[in-house]
Design a protein around this ligand. Sequence first.
Ligand SMILES: *Cc1c(COP(=O)(O)O)cnc(C)c1O
Length: 363
Amino acid sequence: MIPVYEPSLGKEELENINEAMKSGWISSKGRFISEFEESFAKYCGVKYGVACSNGTAALHLALTALGLGKGDEVIVPTLTFVSTANTVIFTGAKPVFADSNQEYWCIAPEKIENKINRYTKAIIPVHLYGHPCDMDVIMNIAKDNDLFIIEDAAEAHGAEYNGKKMGSFGDVNCFSFYGNKIITTGEGGMCVTNNIELAEKMKILRDHGMDTKKKYWYDRIGFNYRMTNIQAAIGVAQLRKLDTFIRKKRKIAEWYKKAFANLDKSRVIKCHPEMSWAKNSYWMNSILIEDSYPITRDNLISKLWKRGIETRPFFYPIHTLPMYNKGDRFPVSEELARKGINLPSSANLSREEVAFIAETISE
Ligand SMILES: *Cc1c(COP(=O)(O)O)cnc(C)c1O
């Protein structure tokens, strides 16, 4: 079975884990945590990193530190992982959905503007499956309307917009290091920001809201969203390999695109896009199964499974999930979700495996 994703782990990770174990610092203190925070923030071109227990916690920390809550509205794409919207609900604010861009699948800037009203406080652009959002346009909308930007970069470690790393645009930007993300710590997340006050606030919030000078004194309701030193030990080793992973993933994308060139040209399959301003991380190498493909998308998924190839349908748009469904329609997101599949995408895929997958789909 070729899985849709598997982590690439080696002896470097194991050595760091051993060091953390031997030091006795296996909880949320220890040298790997600050090293991971500093080196990851630096990688993104941002000053401060705040490591936490997962990507969802990172989003919740960011939104809380920015002071979002009851009465506020936050604009999010409907075509994303569910926690982008759930974390807005956690704070008491309301997620307001926007449709996707047809060409590159992320939130469409022109669909953001008509969602803005006097309650709107923030936008969460999500770099879906590794493709950056159109950040210049989104940053201008935010500036004109005095809104916060929180990048959900959980799928876009190392991706770039006009040569600038994702995670370096918003007020606070969030990453996940879940087992199937581009780099992993098992479970894990990080907020990065250039604002030292926000960084300090998030460090307090992840540690129950405890005062940094007066131990066991709390002046707000906080969370336990700390990352362990063992997770950070894995993260430090993974980060050193991130550029190698991205290079390989871009190579894999190139192999898929070459193999699908004819089907793409005849509009039977649409390959994963990359706009002129984008460097796609290709977290998930994804394709659209167009209506002219002889069998349905779901039928294709089950046929591939029988041949030993695991694939995954795109996310269900969040506005269609029971908790969020108010009967609104977002036609572009709905169409993408109906047609899209994620192909096997791990950095350790071989050329032969990619050829086998592409041949099976073409056949
Ligand atoms: C993975 C992911 C998250 C959440 O990360 P967890 O670490 O699983 O909590 C949030 N947003 C997006 C877009 C993701 O892909």
